[in-house]
Design a protein around this ligand. Sequence first.
Ligand code: 4GT
Length: 243
Amino acid sequence: MTKFIVLTLFKEMFDGFLSTSVIKRAIDEEKVSVDVIDIRDFSLNKHKKVDFPPYGGGSGMVMSCEPLSRAIDYATDILKKYEKEIKIIYLSPRGKLLNYNLSNSLANNNSNYILVCGHYEGIDQRVIDEIVDEEISIGDYVLTGGELPAMIVIDSVSRYIEGVLKDDSTKEESFSEGLLEYPQYTRPEVFNGKQVPEVLLSGHHENIDKWRREQSLINTRKKRPDLLENIELSEKDKRILEK
Ligand code: 4GT
């Protein structure tokens, strides 16, 4: 089981996420666990303050070191009881970009995770420098907090944990690793005069696999040619793309 402990000022944001669909089932079946802890509980300040104006001036508030470091110590103590390594991740637009490879490796490197969510102008740099192991970004845009990114990390990592997806669609996916997915169709056979591609109705699995691979490759070249630069294509794949 992979364990996530989330540290946040806005616990309630996780309620819907953790009580729905695939993630709910993964938790119920003990494939993953997610504990959400309020950083405010670790403030020693009599008003439970966790943020202060930035040194040097400027707008907004910065989350201060003490509550955060105490919350991280508390989470670390919980995770110490288990065999796995403990990785402390800060979600931030300055982090390493999340992609298929990173999600997959987080799922399969025998680690449990502490996910630190910033809010306002973020957290004191000394926490990042001295305590955080890895900074992860979910894309090149700024959000109001690290909570949505933390959910995205948990969601995308969980999909690659053995047994989380019932019919293991990541196996099928790994057939198109690093490429865009092929198009999917379901009933009815004709919608607004448009037919489902003939080959998918043929029952000929070899032809279906071949068609899907072609679609993945052609779509990837058309929409995300950058993805083709990071993967190794077979001779067969190269021939498809030469056509
Ligand atoms: C974007 C991302 C992220 C934010 C991202 C600190 C205060 C960061 C607000 C937070 N924005 N977090 N992880 N692209 N905003 O991943």
